[in-house]
Unconditional design. Sequence first.
Length: 146
Amino acid sequence: MAGLSLPLLWLFHCDGGYGPVVFLFTGRAFATGRPIITGGALDQLSLHKEFFIFCYSLVVLCPFLLVVRWLKRHCPGTLQIFFLGTSLITLIYPLSILTIFTWDVARYIGRMGFTTERLTGIVAALVAYFMLALFAMWLAEIKPRT
């Protein structure tokens, strides 16, 4: 069963996987001289590509996380904690991409002003943060108080 958590960590094995995480935590994502590219081109780092990679990472990771959550219920306590830890660590990848996207949209709004599309980008990012938090709570089996 421990081998089932390995696909969760695959993204951190290659440069494409840990690249956004390193980019965020080294602070290079917050460099003021970094250009902001818009448009739908996927051959360069752009706002559209950042959001696309965020959505794609969720589509790839969530089925693995769902299987691991289901399997961890049938494991002893220490293994449950291991599975939960690897699952939450895996969520750092989409969280990093979402944070970079949100920062870039905020910088873009700061430079170019508000439009409906830019405001939609910020709202989508905030909704995505909320959904990621709810998903992490669900993985950890934390129930919100009602």
